[in-house]
Design a protein around this ligand. Structure first.
Ligand code: ADP
Ligand code: MG
Length: 340
């Protein structure tokens, strides 16, 4: 066979294979875009477990009509100049929209504050249509229909609508904890509507948002954490050992506001509770790590769930120390016999 350059659509579909694993990954990417655009209201509507429909509406900055085509083009981003180590926005790869567009029917409608109408661009498995004027309020509406219709092999791996819908709720809740000033709503035929009202600022607002997500009993069963070492700040809440769970879905970690699922962080949490919780039980923990972006690489994983710290030992020590101190200070370590 002769050597040929892959087509743009194939290249995007390959990228989609890494970034867009399931409907919840689409929701994560689109919600992150809304947050990066400064939105204070984000509405998520899904149907058919997100396979039939995902619609995210925000009141963020919007995209100018002359930039809509760039937004859905590969490697085009407004968030990164030339330093991959100075990443403050949640997105930066310029891969999400073209990837989603290559495996679904994507419509992007947007209106900036200075425009007198909205504009819409759509892509169907790689083919593009627009931009054309469309009536709408300020902000952006991203609508994804028939996810993976262009890649039937991937479609076969989807779980039931119910399982996919629940993964979507988890993703939205996980992100929402880090952005309490944003009002989130989740609706559509997949679920009874969930509404997370915007909360006040500071740690009380943070705790209020966490209670909206984890339940009203969380504040009574958790201890605030606030520690710092060598420029790494750790805040959050450590659940008391008796308030434990059967799985680790109730552990939340954020690095510079970005939700992460990081083995080192999970390991540190396990270490901190090793003496006070049975091995098959899991504490409820919310941790926010804040550090100089130069001291952490968020570029490791295409979906950006893993991070690499310049000094992993420091981060582990900080987490273990702060949780043990919090539990110790409140006398809980001595008082508890561990899990039920
Ligand atoms: P990235 O987020 O990595 O930049 P995306 O493919 O997700 O890449 O988005 C491409 C660009 O489209 C973004 O950099 C941003 O300029 C624009 N964009 C996407 N979604 C929105 C939105 N909801 N509001 C405003 N701009 C958006
Ligand atoms: Mg993005």
């Amino acid at each position: 066979m002769p050597i040929k350059q892959l087509t743009e659509t194939i290249i995007n579909q390959i990228a989609a294979g890494e970034v867009i694993e399931r409907p919840a990954s689409v929701v994560k990417e689109l919600v992150e875009n809304s947050i990066d655009a400064g939105a204070t209201r984000i509405e998520v509507v899904t149907a058919g477990g997100g396979k039939n429909l995902i619609r995210i509406t925000d009141n963020g900055s919007g995209i100018r009509s002359d930039e809509l085509a760039l937004a859905v083009a590969r490697h085009c981003t407004s968030k990164l100049t030339n330093d991959v180590h100075d990443i403050r926005a949640l997105g930066f790869r310029g891969e999400a929209l073209p990837s989603i567009g290559s495996v679904s029917r994507l419509s992007l409608k947007s209106r900036t504050s200075d425009a007198d109408s909205g504009f819409e661009i759509s892509t169907h498995g790689g083919r593009q249509d627009g931009p054309r004027p469309t009536p709408m309020n300020g902000g952006t509406i991203a609508e994804v229909r028939d996810l993976f219709f262009a890649t039937p092999a991937r479609l076969k791996f989807m779980k039931t609508d119910r399982a996919e819908a629940s993964a979507i709720s988890d993703v939205v809740k996980r992100i929402a904890i880090a952005f309490p000033h944003i009002r989130f709503s989740l609706a559509g035929s997949d679920r009874t509507p969930i509404e997370l009202a915007a909360t006040g600022a500071g740690s009380s607002g943070m705790l209020e948002r966490i209670s909206q997500v984890l339940g009203k009993e969380f504040p009574e069963n958790a201890i605030a954490i606030d520690a710092e070492r060598d420029g790494v700040r750790l805040t959050g809440f450590a659940g008391i050992p008796a308030f434990n769970r059967g799985n680790s879905l109730h552990q939340f970690a954020y690095v510079n506001g970005r939700p992460v699922r990081d083995k080192q962080i999970w390991g540190a949490i396990r270490g901190a509770y090793a003496d006070v919780i049975a091995r098959d039980r899991h504490p409820v923990v919310v941790l926010f790590l804040n550090l100089d972006p130069a001291l952490v690489d968020v570029n490791v994983h295409p979906a950006k769930a893993d991070v690499r710290f310049r000094d992993p030992g420091l981060v582990r020590g900080l987490i273990v120390g702060a949780i043990r101190e919090a539990l110790g200070q409140s006398g809980i370590r001595a008082a508890t016999s561990g899990a039920e």
